[in-house]
Design a protein around this ligand. Structure first.
Ligand code: NZQ
Ligand code: ZN
Length: 381
């Protein structure tokens, strides 16, 4: 087990009817909020009314910045920064899924920066400060509500890159499982697959494979995601399943599930971000295509040990091959695509996808070359 520092300052308020509790928390940090949201789901599920009502009660004025796209884009981030500056916003409030929270993070950092916000993503600048950020999560998937990363697509260059920094941890996030009951099935699936992806990246690329406690945390969270998803797909009104899913997804990428691994490789994400950048596919759907192919590559290059351990603990399988099949079966059961062809992505595009992925692979300092990425993608045809 390797040395590690675990520090996560985000306060979580979890449970039924907690959305309004964000307002008094936000009032401690400011009085003029930029309210960031997406295409309108928060108006349908009541989050918008509850949140704006509670903010008004606290005397917080609101400037709205809506229309955040799934896979948020740089031009919209820049527009949000301009708006926040013009309205002298001193806090940012995000209500929605990972895309909304990520865009809000980029805006929070961009407002306090004299250069171009893309510099944070291209590695030209480091995030030193950001406006205080508060979030109301409505889609369990990315962990953005309790981590310090954000992902934005530069639509001019087709680069889907990430930026990180401790200043990006939300101050407070409210997680009300009932707000997730309006999610379409496909988004339930995307969230489940993404959570599994966050758990497996560290587990399978760890520098140290003898970290029993973290391995067991990963197994437990994966079992919880799989069981909760099964229950949600059967009965979308199952509160306890929604609640377990929501908390599992947060814990899967808040730093807990990699402690002691001493380094990891976000390779499935690097490849997936190329799919999202080029085809605007949902992150979870892209991961469901990449992961089975990558597992097959992992088996060839790293051997069966980790797949056997994970498979035995999570799926009750014996061999590495059975574990891969079990992953694929789970993704299929949720309705996610597991091959490029199922997402209508032509195999002829593989070199282009791999070339795009190399941008992030270099940015993240990972040691992979394009032929290897093409080889992995060829297993996803
Ligand atoms: O835009 P609205 O109308 O809100 O609708 C959204 C969107 O269409 C809808 N939705 C959200 N909550 C809902 C709902 N619909 C009904 N009821 C609800 N309660 O769901 C759609 C997808 O939302 P999005 O935010 O795009 O999904 P997700 O949370 O999966 O976020 C994906 C983005 O996060 C990035 C991904 O790459 C992608 O860009 N990631 C961020 C990470 C991070 N910050 O740590 C890590 C991840 O690995 C990931 O890369
Ligand atoms: Zn992810």
């Amino acid at each position: 087990m390797q040395n590690f520092t675990f520090s996560n300052p985000t306060k979580i308020i979890f449970g039924k009817a907690v959305v309004a509790k964000l307002a008094p928390e936000a009032a401690k940090a400011g009085k003029s909020a930029l309210l960031v949201y997406g295409g309108g789901s928060i108006k349908k599920n009541g989050v918008y009314d509850v949140l704006t009502g509670a903010l008004a009660k606290e005397g917080i004025t609101i400037t709205e910045h809506h229309g955040v796209k799934p896979n948020p884009v740089l031009s919209h981030v820049r527009a949000g920064i301009k708006k926040a500056r013009e309205s002298n916003c001193d806090i940012i409030i995000a209500a929605g899924g990972g895309s909304v929270i990520d865009e809000a993070k980029a805006i929070a950092a961009g407002v306090r920066f004299s250069g171009d916000v893309w510099d944070f993503f291209s590695g030209k600048a480091q995030i030193r400060e950001a406006l205080p950020l508060f979030t109301a999560l409505t889609l369990p998937a990315t962990g953005s509500e309790m981590n310090s990363g954000c992902v934005v697509t530069n639509e001019e260059t087709a680069q889907k890159f990430s930026a990180m920094g401790p200043a990006l941890f939300p101050r407070v996030s409210v997680l009300d499982p009932e707000t997730t009951m309006t999610l379409p099935r496909a988004q339930v699936a995307n969230g489940a697959v993404d959570s599994i992806a966050h758990l497996i990246e560290g587990y399978f690329t760890t520098k140290d494979a003898d970290v029993e406690v973290t391995d067991e945390i990963v197994h437990a969270l994966a079992r919880s995601v799989i069981a909760s998803t099964g229950r949600i797909l059967k009965d979308p009104s199952d509160y306890n399943a929604r609640a377990s899913m929501m908390w599992s997804a947060t814990l899967a990428l808040n730093g807990l599930a990699t402690c002691g691994y001493g380094g990891m490789n976000f390779i499935n994400h690097a490849i997936e971000h190329a799919l999202s950048a080029l085809y605007d596919i949902a992150h979870g759907a892209g991961l469901a295509i990449v992961m089975p192919a990558w597992f097959r590559h992992h088996l060839e290059t790293a051997g069966p040990a980790r797949l056997e351990k994970f498979g035995a603990a999570v799926f009750g399988t014996k061999t590495a091959e059975e574990a891969i099949t079990a992953f694929e079966d789970f993704f299929r059961k949720t309705g996610a695509p597991v091959r490029l062809s199922e997402a209508k992505i032509p195999a002829a595009d593989i070199p282009r996808i791999a070339a795009n992925a190399m941008g992030l692979i270099r940015m993240w300092g990972m040691k992979h070359e394009q032929p290897e990425i093409e080889k992995i993608l060829n297993k996803a045809k």
